[in-house]
Design a protein around this ligand. Sequence first.
Ligand code: ATP
Ligand code: MG
Length: 422
Amino acid sequence: MSAIQKIRGTRDILPEEIGYWQQLEATVAEILHRAAYQEIRSPIFEQTSLFKRGIGEATDVVGKEMYTFDDRGNRSLTLRPEGTAGVARAYIENNLHSLGNVQRLWYIGPMFRYERPQEGRQRQFHQIGLELFGTRDPRADVEVISLATEILQALGLKSLSLQLNSVGSGEDRQNYREALVNYLNPYKDDLDADSQERLTRNPLRILDSKDEKTQEIAQNAPKILDSLNPDSRKHFEKVCLLLDDLDIKYEINHCLVRGLDYYSHTAFEIQSQDLGAQATVCGGGRYDGLVKLLGGPDTPAIGWAMGMERLILLLQKLQTTSGLKPDLYLVSKGEKAEVQSVILAHKLRHIGLKVELDLSGSAFGKQFKRADRSGATACVILGDAEVSNQTVQLKWMESQEQEEISIDVLLSKIKELLLKHK
Ligand code: ATP
Ligand code: MG
């Protein structure tokens, strides 16, 4: 019988890679908790209408990429393609706004989009995201942007660029839309097919088309920043000034837009120069109209989401994680020594060390080879002679030096000795 394979566009995250995931998760949790963000876990599937309303039918995500199916009760359900709609629904449904004006939430988990799989693009992928509900203050925009840059910095990632723009208010966009369509109309035949269609439905989205010719035309289009009213402009200027104060570098990208009506003001993306075509690691912005659109109270909000697979690709290039290499690898031979090795491994773990116990029962030579492969700092050797002396042989893997020490000394001194040898 042929073996069953995983679904196209999904991946097994194997133990050899898991250290990077754990490093990423721990870094994010620590930084966000320090800024008073709380984790929220919402369901992986929701009513299809939530995403149609909350992301918008005109988007690629809803139009082309959703995993939608009818369940046995004939309800249309969708595997979440992103996190914001579900978190906003949970915020409304659980009356989180009653807990205080400002709510700071973050999430982590799998998302699903029917896309063409390639490096950095999958059908099941993972995002970390945060949402800050309840304030229009430009300091909130800067808080969420600075948290994204802090996370990337703490991970040691370099060659990143923060792109920034403002899409203003609904009225600003209405004005801009006209100016943009007037500019684009004469070029209609030169635009890619999708963009031609968007010219009437959703012209702002033409600006972030990936087609080269369209991009060239978009470069000289009127700029949305020039259509902002004084209040919108002031909001954007405050964001820029605060970023300057924090010494966070950014580039203004006039083509960075969000095409949907509930988006407003700040839009941003963080891109990496080390990722090829799938360069965006973080995307975010203000969505002051979303909560109301989903049936909640009028609540401004801002958030971002990071693609974890793309961050892992960058971390792997850096090779910064120590992975799960043990401090000690325990080998033993002989009935009593084998029993003693279990007890000793238990005690060593109890004092906080990472210990791998060889369970093979094979000859010492083979066990030493495995000790070598494990990447352990030292090997602890127990034979019958050591058991009767209440000692072990301690072998440092790099220098191959070996010494006999008593079990008591091992337990009291090993942490200190390991520090010296690392
Ligand atoms: P892209 O332009 O790469 O398709 P997007 O605009 O669809 O991105 P968002 O919806 O803003 O992306 O999602 C935020 C982040 O999630 C992206 O910047 C990216 O890092 C990641 N991401 C999105 N789709 C995928 C996918 N199919 N596979 C892996 N990561 C993804
Ligand atoms: Mg996409």
